[in-house]
Design a protein around this ligand. Structure first.
Ligand SMILES: C[S@@+](CC[C@H](N)C(=O)[O-])C[C@H]1O[C@@H](n2cnc3c(N)ncnc32)[C@H](O)[C@@H]1O
Length: 239
């Protein structure tokens, strides 16, 4: 049985935050509103595009044989889900997974808008990333973007063991996240405002590529990580 979604106050606060942020989440990617910064917008967009190329390369593995399956864990508004759905064969499937109903609704709308054919190959599942409601060895590929940085230190290895459980032997993992770089704290409980005036406490842990590679290496036999020019981390692991 999946455990309750909320273990403590930080979980509760983050869950409320993302549920309420769903409407404005893509402002972050698009650099509008509070995220607009003329000094770094161009570099940001170039690096988001680099993530897109990486997601497309990763998703491209899904047409190796019929019926391959991918899990987009903590999918949010589904920014990356189409990159995986596009390469699926007729019998393949992507599961877009999140605990936030508002996020899942946005992800569904994105797929619908992009291509109803992609929507047909995508299932939307609500649940807790720490207790996945999937059988052992269910997926060929597993992706999580900007989620690891919200996982407290003591839950990282149990979380990695949980994703390893649902991956097939030989399965691959792709991770995107924010990079630890000058001016960015390694770890903090940030206070994040939303347009509706609410403010939420959110745990954020930023890693270097080396730290990420070592963390993944504690559970996966092969791991690697790199940084885009400055903003993002791209990690990979294989089962
Ligand atoms: C920073 S967003 C990332 C969204 C998306 N992966 C991306 O790359 O744009 C984090 C997402 O994790 C979801 N989330 C947080 N904790 C979760 C949990 N325990 N189980 C499932 N989803 C969770 C939130 O609802 C939110 O959509």
């Amino acid at each position: 049985m999946p455990a309750p979604f909320e273990k403590n106050e930080i979980d509760r606060s983050m869950h409320e935050y993302y549920e309420q942020r769903a409407e404005e989440y893509d402002d972050w990617y698009n650099r509008v509103g509070r995220y607009y910064d003329p000094a770094t917008n161009a570099a940001w967009h170039a690096q988001v595009a680099e993530l897109g190329r990486e997601a497309a390369r990763f998703g491209g593995m899904l047409n190796r044989y019929p019926g391959m399956r991918a899990l987009d864990l903590c999918c949010g508004t589904g920014k990356w889900t189409p990159f995986f759905a596009r390469s699926l064969t007729e019998t393949g499937q992507v599961i877009a997974f999140d605990y936030s109903p508002a996020m899942l609704a946005h992800a569904r709308a994105r797929l619908q808008e992009e291509d109803a054919g992609l929507l047909a190959k995508t299932a939307f599942v609500r649940g807790d990333a720490y207790f996945l409601p999937f059988a052992d060895q269910s997926f060929d590929l597993l992706f999580f973007g900007f989620w690891l940085s919200h996982v407290p230190h003591e839950r990282v290895i149990p979380f990695f063991n949980e994703i390893k459980r649902v991956l097939k032997p030989g399965g691959n993992v792709l991770v995107f996240d924010s990079a630890l770089r000058p001016g960015v704290p390694g770890e903090e409980i940030s206070r994040r405002p939303l347009k509706n005036g609410s403010v939420h406490s959110v745990l954020k842990i930023n890693y270097t590529p080396l730290q990420l590679e070592k963390l993944l290496g504690q559970v996966f036999p092969r791991s690697a990580a790199r940084q885009t020019y400055d903003f993002f981390l791209i990690g990979q692991a294989a089962h």
